[in-house]
Write a protein that binds this ligand. Structure first.
Ligand code: FAD
Length: 319
């Protein structure tokens, strides 16, 4: 039986190590993801998260000058690759499940597949608006907010399926993580509102929170304080992403609503090339990790974005 994230945290004597991977691009095989996993297995990850990617709309200019709309799914296979990682490495996996592109029945079916595969950890997120769309649009019979998927899973954990005619159903045993935003979610009018809805996700049955990346630990400590003052008592796992390219100075704040500290920006600007930025990112993340570890965070969770050489350098210093 797979161990849940919460069991790992409850049994731990010190800060655990975990990381997040993207599924391979369509056309690639298991080998492409193995290259990212192998260098990190020395640090005994408690679990590995695998992101979920909705289909994207791309426009192609035809010879006639007209535009053709193409719908592409660049990284399919989250459920399959999660199971493959679990069985090949004997490690617990946490596939992400999004609302975007899923009807409620698709969501239930994905959970049934995971249950058959013995995967009982999931991280539930809504998904971002599709590129080119101003706001998030759910499927006609899909979940609009992450909390609705959390409720669906809480029901399955009680043996309640969408079809109320099902008799003698078995209960699932999913442990559910949800996302939290130390600098507030970009669409939220203010922190109070974001915390209000975060608390609702916990009350609906989520077991722990994983944070959006942050580059200043004060943002995480402050967020934990706010959560605790608002009665959110579940573990809050910090998510860390080492900066790795110059253009992330513009991309990260815009895409993730995350501020980069002045000192970090000053150092990035001094770098001669992206290799230097990648090394600076490693050093910055080592400092962040060491401080968080001394503060007793339950897990240090790293966003690999598909390349893990930098995470290995950090783990060598921290674990
Ligand atoms: P929700 O919890 O649904 O919240 C979305 C917004 O609505 C927030 O502003 C919230 O305050 C507000 N809100 C919530 N409930 C209500 C309500 N009932 N009424 C009104 N407002 C409400 N994206 C992917 O596509 N794939 C991934 O694999 C993925 N993994 C992620 C992992 C982590 C750890 C994090 C932090 C993010 C991840 N994301 C992923 C991005 C995520 O999908 C986006 O940040 C998305 O915009 C919000 O997701 P959420 O689950 O926080 O949404």
């Amino acid at each position: 039986m797979e161990r849940t994230v919460i069991q790992h945290i409850n049994d731990a004597k010190e800060t655990l190590f975990s990381f997040e991977l993207l599924p391979p691009l369509k056309g690639q095989d298991f080998g492409s993801i193995q290259k990212s996993i192998d260098p990190l297995m020395d640090f005994n990850p408690s679990f590995i998260n695998i992101t979920y990617h909705q289909e994207e709309v791309e426009y192609e200019t035809l010879a006639s000058g007209l535009m053709k709309k193409n719908v592409v799914r660049k990284r399919p296979g989250t459920v399959g690759i999660s199971a493959a990682i679990k069985f090949r490495y004997g490690v617990n996996v946490v596939p992400h499940l999004i609302c975007g592109g899923f009807t409620r029945e698709d969501t239930e079916n994905a959970l049934i597949d995971l249950n058959f595969l013995g995967v009982n950890n999931v991280l539930v997120v809504r998904g971002d608006p599709q590129p080119g769309m101003k706001s998030f649009v759910p499927e006609a019979d899909g979940n609009k907010y992450a909390i609705e998927t959390v409720i669906q899973i809480a029901n399955l954990n009680k043996g309640i399926y969408l079809d109320s005619n099902i008799r003698n159903s078995r209960s699932t045993n999913f442990c559910v993580g949800v996302a939290g935003y130390p600098e507030k979610h970009s669409e939220s009018p203010n922190m109070d509102s974001d915390i209000h809805f975060l608390k609702k996700k916990i009350e609906a049955g989520a077991n722990y929170i994983v944070t959006q990346m942050f580059f200043d630990n004060k943002k995480y400590f402050n967020f934990v304080d706010i959560c605790r003052k608002n009665g959110i008592t579940v573990p809050i796992i910090p998510g860390l992403k080492p900066i790795s390219t110059m253009n992330q100075l513009a991309i990260i704040p815009k895409t993730f609503n995350v501020e980069l500290p002045a000192e970090l920006v000053k150092e990035v600007i001094k770098c001669k090339n992206n290799e230097d930025v990648r090394q600076l990112g490693v050093e910055w993340a080592i400092e962040q990790s060491k401080e968080l570890k001394s503060a007793g965070v339950p897990v240090l969770h790293y966003y690999t974005m598909g390349r893990s050489d930098n995470i290995r350098k950090i783990a060598l210093e921290v674990f």
